[in-house]
Design a binder for this molecule. Structure first.
Ligand code: FAD
Length: 217
């Protein structure tokens, strides 16, 4: 449905997904034309489908195939836009004097392993460049190679040392290699790096703090 080539005879490959049980009828182009001529209701539905599809193409990525860049005050860009409108060409118009015209249009990516360069149309760019914990100053705590703080079960019992032997207990949840020093949130090794989990870890660490500092500690 909605394929104009059925009328024009051009070859097209079509993929469809049936969402309800039904039947598929295969008919020739001549039969299809006859149906359109004799069944005004069906013909109306199909025409509306073609129009809807054209609107979809006009608003979709296909519309970006032709881009006219020019100020709305420029006679040349007006001539180009008038031509595109008359020819009913789906196109994108970018006015460099407007806020939209100054927005990002595309990015060029270079694959460092192959040197392959490709351009991708896009209107926004979010750059996530990884995390580096600011723990250089925490020399006394057990950290992993990247500098994240190791806590509780991430600490190797053999390397905990005499201070823990004297204390007579293993590190509590969120407790670092230094007794009564706790770590929660992004800086902690294997934490989820999310706001909700950082807040949750902080709240959970309070329980350990009570245990470590409370009566009987
Ligand atoms: C770009 C970006 C987008 C994100 N988007 C999302 C999202 O959509 N949803 C989500 O859930 N999470 C998101 N996150 C992750 C989220 O921000 C973190 O998981 C969360 O903020 C961790 O909280 P935190 O308290 O552990 O650390 P932080 O929020 O980093 O707080 C640590 C604080 O300690 C301070 N500090 C550091 N060193 C010292 C020092 N020596 N002395 C004193 N203060 C110090 C820092 O200045 C900072 O204020 C995003 C993170 C980034 C970077």
């Amino acid at each position: 449905m909605g394929e104009l080539n059925f009328l024009t005879g051009q070859t097209a490959y079509l993929m469809a997904r049936a969402t309800e049980a039904g039947r598929i009828h295969r008919i020739t182009r001549a039969q299809f034309r006859r149906l359109l001529a004799t069944e005004p209701d069906l013909s109306d539905i199909l025409l509306r489908t073609f129009l809807a599809r054209r609107d979809l193409l006009r608003d979709g990525p296909a519309a970006r195939a032709i881009a006219i860049v020019g100020s709305e005050l420029s006679a040349e860009s007006l001539a180009l836009r008038t031509f595109a409108a008359r020819q009913r060409l789906a196109h994108l118009w970018l006015d460099p004097d407007s806020a939209a015209g100054r927005a990002l249009e595309s990015i060029t990516l270079t694959d460092n392993s192959t040197g392959h360069i490709s351009e991708h149309l896009c209107r926004g760019l979010f750059c996530l460049i990884g995390a580096r914990p600011a723990t250089e100053w925490l020399a006394g705590l057990a950290l992993d190679k990247a500098g994240f703080i190791r806590t509780d079960t991430q600490l190797n019992p053999e390397e905990l040392g005499a201070i823990w032997t004297a204390l007579g207990r293993p590190p509590l949840p969120f407790e670092t290699s230094m007794p009564t020093v706790f770590a929660a949130g992004d800086v902690r090794l294997t934490s989820l790096k999310r706001v909700a989990s950082a807040v949750g870890e902080g709240a959970s660490a309070v329980r350990s703090i009570h245990t470590a500092l409370g009566p009987g500690a």
